[in-house]
Design a binder for this molecule. Structure first.
Ligand code: SAM
Length: 279
């Protein structure tokens, strides 16, 4: 059986997936794009040899990246999604009836095209009239924006290397804050709380320099290195731990109890930030 080997970024670990079939292999202006089929995970999207999503478990990540902030907000109307070329986060955002406008800012148009072709169930929301697609660097989009009218900014980028780095700088976080309404919220993935603890801490520290409220929650993702993924969330005043709306959408994993349980306990958070977490 042919295997696909994934070298985990920033960790001395490699994963091997059985490849039943190679469905697509190509190169965009930005990255190598591969679509394979694995018996258990189904179709898998791989960029520069790193697994981005699988048909089987994509909803864990997309629901958890999207619905925590969307339920911590009372009436989210205008949303910016950066990255997420597969369309998974856009699909989840659009489940909320309050949403009037989604700016979908992806640097690589080819990822959107490949996803439409091979992952129609994931990219289903991309054609929605509320969605405006911008093919550009998300950092440029955010820094050029002059109004503070966005309710949620959601970063669904590739790993914090290469062109995704522009989304993890002090200047970018300052611009994000300027784009948000007073009640607005920002969320980004921050890699694995197992393998990338220093990175998780560093992003919390960077956000704390800009936002009064910064927090961290986690979710289980079978196909991301370390399998226990961390998300940083920041706001000008509202706590993201609280849900401010009832669950009125259909989800497979996320619910109000998961929302509460996903946040790191105060004790663990303190130990993490003091660099005393022993794992
Ligand atoms: N959830 C996935 C993961 O963490 O493995 C990410 C999925 S999504 C396919 C990631 C997308 O982010 C890619 O399509 C990539 O082109 C896009 N991206 C990376 N850096 C970006 C940037 N600076 N601006 C806009 N999009 C970016």
């Amino acid at each position: 059986m042919v295997k696909f080997f994934e070298k985990a970024p920033y960790a001395p670990v490699e994963y091997a997936y059985d490849v039943e079939e190679i469905l697509y292999k190509g190169k965009s202006k930005f990255q190598e794009i591969l679509v394979i089929r694995n018996e258990y995970f189904g179709k898998m999207l791989i960029l520069d040899d790193v697994v981005q999503l699988t048909e089987r478990d994509e909803f864990f990540y997309h629901e958890m990246l999207t619905h925590v902030v969307m339920h911590a907000l009372q009436h989210p109307k205008k949303i910016i999604v950066i990255g997420g070329g597969d369309g998974g986060v856009v699909r989840e955002v659009l489940k909320h009836k309050t949403v009037e406008k989604v700016f979908f800012v992806e640097i690589d148009e080819e990822v959107i095209n490949i996803s439409r072709r091979f992952f129609p169930a994931v990219s289903s929301g991309v054609e929605d009239p509320r969605v405006e697609i911008k093919i550009m660097d998300g950092a440029e989009f955010i820094t050029k924006r002059k109004t503070s009218d966005i309710d949620a900014i959601i970063i669904d980028s590739t790993d914090i290397i290469g062109f995704a780095r522009s989304l993890f700088t002090d200047e970018f976080f300052v611009s994000v804050k300027k784009c948000l309404t007073d009640e607005g919220m920002f969320v980004t993935h921050t890699e694995s709380i197992h393998f990338h603890k220093d990175m998780v801490i560093e992003i919390q520290e960077m956000l704390k320099k800009v936002f009064p409220v910064v927090d961290l929650y986690t979710a289980p993702i079978a196909t991301y290195p370390g399998n226990w993924w961390a998300f940083a969330v920041a706001s000008k005043k509202l706590s993201p731990r609280e849900t401010r709306r009832k669950l009125e959408i259909s989800t497979k994993y996320y619910d109000e109890e998961i929302h509460r349980q996903a946040f790191l306990t105060g004790r663990l958070y303190e130990r993490l930030m003091q660099r005393k977490l022993e794992w």
